[in-house]
Design a protein around this ligand. Structure first.
Ligand code: HEM
Length: 438
């Protein structure tokens, strides 16, 4: 790791002297071992990084973890203001060639199509316009009805069957069913698609032994290919016989004389499944645990759900931050924070750490506290603003509010048991399972 400010003409490693800033205690974000630490230790590591005068650089040295190898390193943006700047200056901080780690291979992108999260304007804007227009008020109203119905059904099932794991029984089910209904995926295809999602996203940002790293991408790609094949087939069918769903809207939309191709539809659907299902599932699970481990906050919520639900779901997303990071690549040389700021070079990579920004003590009072009455709560859980801001933020809020309302009003004794079992990952704050009772 290099903790010095990158300066003009010097390159990383020769900038400001950090003696006396406690650099010994600094974590190495490129080391998979860091991502296996308990949440509290990771938060302390990020707090130390936020105190540095400039973003630290990781992953350049031999064996430098996920970013290892010369030229493959990255600057860690851990402060709120830096994450916002990188998100809202898309001409400087590019999303191409990709925002996830490890970077998708070029041939994979050519074969499967680019999802909008990895694109810059004008391609990004064109694609996002087609998709945004397909989210019509009628579709959204129908989806909101559906969310309430699914939440009721899931709580019925919890009462009836008393399952032990909240993730499998509730948290993973709700967002998956909602996205499938919204897209118009028939019941009989859903299970097969869910299996493919698990395989396709399994290796993103997850630290694992080399043997598995070699095996997983092959399995992930086959799963992706199968999933895309299923969706492309549905797209062809809906083009012939449109229905009242998102796939039909996407394949028949005409924005600037254009509609989605089969490959673009497949790429968008894959993005929705990973971006919309896993994120919400993890948020729901972390939320139940946070409301169990903070009984005074839970009492507040149950005392007046109409007043506190909105604040609670935002505070859950701030505190748990389901997506840990996305990357950007510098288009040109740029001084972070304006003239006199650290110099980032064209071609440099920066990683935006949303969870660290969400604990920035210059923005949030007592940032480690879980406080559902926090107001304002300008967290960056859905991104730092700018053109890639989460397309599903409204939907995610609706899902979380509907589920917690149903759960806590019908089963007021519901609570998690023990700690959530996490899957170590530098990409998302993923919960494998969470035992619960009511
Ligand atoms: C709690 C749940 C969720 C969290 C924490 C979350 C978080 C994020 C984040 C951090 C980004 C990147 C923003 C940026 O780069 O500035 C993003 C983008 C995105 N999200 Fe979400 N998300 C959630 C739910 C959803 C849902 C339910 C959907 C589905 C409708 C969705 C669809 C997307 C899409 C399509 C993008 C890419 C947008 C673009 O590149 O233009 N997300 N999300």
């Amino acid at each position: 790791m290099d903790t010095t400010a990158p300066e003009a003409g010097t390159g990383p490693g020769t900038g400001a002297d950090l003696a006396g800033t406690g650099t010994d205690a600094l974590p190495d974000l490129a080391d998979p071992a860091f991502w296996r630490l308990p949440d509290r230790d990771r938060a302390a590591g990020f707090a130390a990084l936020r105190r540095l005068p400039a973003p630290a650089r990781f992953g350049d040295g031999p064996g430098g973890g996920s970013g290892g190898g010369p030229g493959r390193g990255f600057h860690a943006l851990v402060r709120y203001a830096d994450v916002v700047e990188a998100s809202r200056t898309p001409a400087v901080f590019l999303s191409e060639p990709g925002v996830t780690t490890p970077e998708p291979a070029r041939w994979v992108r050519l074969l499967f199509g680019d999802s909008m999260v990895n694109l810059d304007d004008p391609r990004h804007a064109r694609l996002r316009r087609v998709v945004s227009r397909a989210f019509t008020p009628r579709l959204i109203a129908r989806v909101e009805d559906d969310i309430r119905t699914v939440a009721t059904e899931l709580v019925d099932r919890v009462e009836r069957e008393r399952p032990g794991d909240f993730v499998a029984a509730v948290a993973a089910e709700l967002p998956f069913r909602v996205i499938c209904t919204m897209m118009g995926i028939p019941e009989e295809s859903r299970r097969a698609i869910l299996d493919q999602v698990d395989h396709a996203s399994e290796h993103t940002g997850v630290a694992r032994p080399l043997r598995e790293r070699i095996r997983m991408p092959g399995r992930g790609l086959r799963a992706l290919a199968r999933m895309q094949g299923m969706v492309a087939e549905l797209g062809r069918e809906r083009r012939r016989r449109p229905a009242d769903d998102l796939i039909s809207a996407l394949v028949t939309a005409d924005v600037d004389g254009r509609r989605l191709t089969g490959r673009e539809l497949g790429a968008f659907f894959s993005l929705l499944l990973v971006a919309g299902v896993e994120t919400t599932r993890n948020a729901l699970a972390h939320g139940l645990h946070l409301l169990t481990s903070h009984p005074e906050q839970r009492a507040l919520l149950l005392g007046d759900p109409d007043r506190h639900l909105g604040g609670a779901v935002d505070e859950i997303v701030r505190h748990a931050t389901p997506i840990i990071q996305f990357r950007r690549t510098l288009a040109v040389d740029h001084r972070l924070g304006g003239p006199g700021g650290p110099l980032l070079r064209a071609g440099d990579k920066v990683v935006l750490y949303y969870g660290s920004a969400n604990r920035d003590e210059t923005v949030f009072t007592d940032p480690d506290a879980f406080d559902i009455t926090r107001s304002p709560n300008p967290h960056l859980g859905y991104g730092g603003g700018g053109p890639h801001y989460c397309l599903g933020a409204h939907l995610a809020r609706q899902e979380m509010k509907a589920l917690y309302r149903e759960l806590f009003t019908r089963l007021p004794e519901v609570r998690s048991i023990g700690e959530p079992v996490l899957i170590p990952s530098s990409f998302d704050h993923r919960v494998r399972s969470l035992r619960f009772t009511f």
